[in-house]
Design a protein around this ligand. Structure first.
Ligand code: NAD
Length: 351
């Protein structure tokens, strides 16, 4: 075995059904007396129930989180922090809500409790991407990583099938790239393989029956492990492409991950035989094709063209992906990257 470094990160995780009821206990454990609850409309009822259970320890509910964490929204929430004297933040929702909770924690150093309702994985990572004047700036810091994550399978039962499929593949992407990260290690690789198996098994089942509790449990379990991967090792070409495409053409986050992942993996495949062997053990002989098939099985759009990317954007995307690249196992070749994006644009199978 090659040299490696492994660091564990002290996040407390509560997982199960009905676990959102444990939020007051977790607030108590952190010795918080007035928490700000951040959320979106889709989780408003849950946020109100949590506020009721917290009683006077709920300072206020801020239901205005939006995608890509615009600084203007964070500043509005910060006014509420100041007005209420909040000493902690409880984020209930998808990656967009988690992003707002992280942005508040970064500015105040307040402890965070996150209750995720999608499979994005942000809750386990020290990464925050904020948008100002249309530019997304990403930073990483231990002050950003949440202290407590409460995974409640019941809160995911209403996640619409289309979003469940693409959000689950967004999670898969974290685990896939963890297998060939330059700072990979054996523990994170075990989690990655386990995550990929759970998500690959669960996603088609829960798209067929969104209230299948066993599949929902498997998917949320896989999403947690994928989040640990994202929060432990560095991401490569796939994540760079998604950030570039999302930022350049305002494409939806999870859907973009879904369309790009098979192609990014196919690009890196020749350079990462060990990772491909592990993936083949879970996904079958052709892992990139299996991911493309999975996207089809969950009914996702596989063509970036169908997500709103303009045809004349391929060269620009390739140029930007090469401009400030993330470390990647296969050297970045301009023509091959442009060809990869072109295939994803057209929704063709990976090559
Ligand atoms: P999202 O949070 O924007 O949610 C998508 C939609 O689903 C929203 O309309 C939301 O209200 C709704 N929704 C969420 N949960 C629901 C549920 N259980 N039932 C019904 N509707 C529900 O989308 P996302 O994909 O979870 O997150 C994307 C955002 O997270 C992006 O801004 C992305 O950059 C960020 N992200 C960050 C990291 C990180 O580590 N920093 C990792 C992954 C994603």
């Amino acid at each position: 075995m090659n040299r490696f470094v492994y660091a564990s990160h002290p996040v407390r995780v509560v997982f199960g059904r009905g676990t959102v009821a444990a939020v007051p206990e977790e607030v108590e454990r952190l010795r918080l007396s007035r928490v700000l609850i951040v959320t979106t409309r889709s989780s408003a009822a849950t946020a109100e129930a949590v506020a009721k259970a917290l009683g006077p320890r709920a300072a206020a509910i801020f239901p205005g989180a939006v995608m890509h964490t615009p600084v203007a929204v964070t500043e509005t929430a910060m006014q509420l922090v100041a007005e209420t004297g909040a000493d902690g933040v409880v984020a209930i929702g998808g990656g967009s809500v988690t992003g707002l909770g992280k942005a508040i924690a970064l500015r105040t150093d307040m402890p965070q409790i996150v209750v995720p309702t999608t499979y994005a994985g942000s809750e386990m990572s020290p990464i925050l991407g904020e948008t100002r004047d249309g530019q997304k700036v990403t930073q990483s810091s231990e002050a950003i990583r949440p202290e407590v994550v409460v995974y409640d399978v019941d809160l995911t039962l209403g996640l619409p099938p289309a979003l469940s499929g693409t959000s689950g593949i967004n999670a898969l992407a974290h685990a896939v790239e963890a297998l060939y990260a330059p700072d990979r290690n054996p523990i994170v690789a075990l989690m990655a393989v386990e995550a990929i198996a759970a998500l690959h098994r669960a996603l088609p089942a829960l798209v067929r029956d969104p209230r299948d509790v066993a599949a929902r449990t498997d998917a949320l379990y896989g999403a947690w492990l994928s989040g640990v991967c994202l929060g432990s090792v560095s991401m490569a070409l796939h994540h760079k492409l998604c950030h570039t495409l999302g930022g350049s053409f305002d494409l939806p986050h999870a859907e973009t991950h879904t369309a790009v992942l098979p192609h990014a993996l196919a690009y890196n495949a020749p350079a990462v035989p060990e990772a491909m062997a592990r993936l083949a053990g879970v996904l079958g002989a052709d892992p990139a094709r299996a991911l493309w098939d999975l996207a089809g099985a969950v009914g996702a759009k596989r063509a970036l063209a169908d997500l709103g990317m303009p045809a004349d954007g391929i060269a620009l995307a390739a140029e930007r992906a090469l401009a400030r690249p993330y470390p990647n196992p296969r050297p970045l070749e301009r023509a091959a990257i442009a060809a990869l994006i072109a295939r994803a644009f057209a929704g063709e199978p990976p090559e």
